[in-house]
Design a protein around this ligand. Structure first.
Ligand code: NAD
Length: 359
């Protein structure tokens, strides 16, 4: 009976999702059935992913193999919500009720056993993720969806030790997950249509901008784009064309400003594909195309110049400059999301009882 109920719910979710995720920033909010969500790994991404689902009104169980990391993870959620509320995003009065929807455990089997939707956020290690999905598949209710937050690795390989691979899917959140709308929903070789739809539906209803990635390729869509740009940026420094600060300025004060409104393929259509073709005929032979990481990058790493971690990377970083970079990004993103119709912080409407609740 439970299984039939879930299948019926999944179907409903499919229809809602199909309507809503087509519209940028749109979400079904109050119509979404509240699920039991388990988040495996309570680190940087795990606590933020737990926050996203708690804000959307779901019951969340946050698990980590290190029990001492669990209370600080919940405290981080509380701090994030207070930070947002102080800037006019969400309702300060709803913070404690939201945090109360997150329970914790160090026992992964316990977390999985009570879940309708699981998001794995452990270290980026193929062997570890494969083992976790073998165990999750054995412990989670048969109809639960099992999602991995891997940044670049194969969903198909991560699922390879599980028996029911059709319910395993990629859900690639971006950091910080409660401020960046995008989640790439990635189909592995064995992922079913129903699993893709359920992932798209729950994420869209939680205010995320969930997109379909239909092929399980390294880096999916957004990290391929991001690292293509990084490769060229490093190459420009390596070739002595401009220094690192100048490269970043060219993006920050130039085409980076318009990217959120005018992304590359829309720009190509705007300027004309004939012009785009002639630019590519002239320019592409001169761009970096190496399949290897840059020798300059390897040199810096070998010298211990790791960036913020060591105080020097492509540029010098004082502790003040590091703090300013991190805080500046958060303040900037809050300003951006305030202008988008997305749920990043709790409001009264997310409270259980104002929505359909789990049967
Ligand atoms: N950091 C980012 O910007 C970012 C962005 C998108 C996706 N990701 C992906 O998200 C995942 C997590 O990254 P992160 O930055 O949060 O890492 P993190 O190191 O901050 O957290 C990983 C957590 O997993 C826990 N863990 C390790 N083994 C475990 C196990 N067997 N069971 C339960 N918990 C376990 C660790 O104790 C730790 O708390 C990775 O796959 C990463 O590639 C990271």
């Amino acid at each position: 009976m439970e299984t039939q109920g879930k299948e019926a719910r999944a179907e409903t979710g499919t229809q809602q999702g199909a309507q809503s995720y087509a519209q940028p920033g749109a979400h079904v909010g109050a119509q979404q059935v509240k699920e039991r969500v388990a988040v495996i790994g309570a680190g940087l991404m795990g606590h933020g992913v737990a926050q996203v689902f708690a804000v959307a009104g779901h019951q969340v169980i946050l698990q980590d193999v290190r029990p001492e990391g669990l209370d600080p993870a919940v405290e981080s959620v509380r701090r994030n919500l207070a930070f947002l509320a102080a800037r006019g995003v969400g309702d300060e009065a709803a913070v404690e009720a939201t945090v109360a929807r997150i329970t914790t455990t160090a026992d992964m089997e316990e977390a999985a056993a009570a879940a309708d939707f699981v998001v794995e956020c452990v270290f980026e290690d193929m062997g570890l993720k494969q083992e976790i999905f073998r165990v999750l598949d054995a412990c989670a209710p048969r109809e639960a969806v099992l999602a991995t937050n891997t940044s670049v690795m194969s969903i198909t390989q991560i699922a390879s030790r599980a028996e029911h691979r059709e319910r395993i899917v990629g859900t690639h959140f971006w950091n910080p997950p409660y401020l960046i709308p995008l989640v790439e929903v990635v189909r592995g070789a064995d992922t079913s249509y129903a699993t893709m739809e359920r992932a798209l539906s729950i994420l869209t209803a939680a205010g995320k901008h969930a997109v379909r990635v239909e092929k399980d390729v390294p880096g999916f869509v957004a990290n391929r784009l991001q690292h293509a740009l990084w490769r060229e940026a490093i190459s420009i420094v390596e070739r002595g064309i401009a220094d690192a600060a100048t490269v970043d300025e060219c993006i920050r004060y130039g085409f980076g400003l318009r990217l959120p409104r005018l992304a590359p393929l829309e720009t190509a259509d705007m300027v004309g594909l004939d012009l785009t073709l002639s630019i590519h005929e002239y320019l592409l032979p001169h761009l970096e195309a190496s399949p290897e990481p840059s020798p300059l990058l390897r040199e810096r790493v070998a010298a211990g110049d790791l960036g913020f971690k060591s105080g020097r990377g492509f540029q010098e970083w004082t502790p003040e400059a590091i703090r300013a970079s991190r805080e500046g990004l958060l303040e900037y993103l809050v300003g951006v999301v305030k202008n988008l119709d997305i749920a990043t912080a709790p409001t009264e409407s997310a409270a259980p009882g104002n929505n359909h609740t789990k049967e």
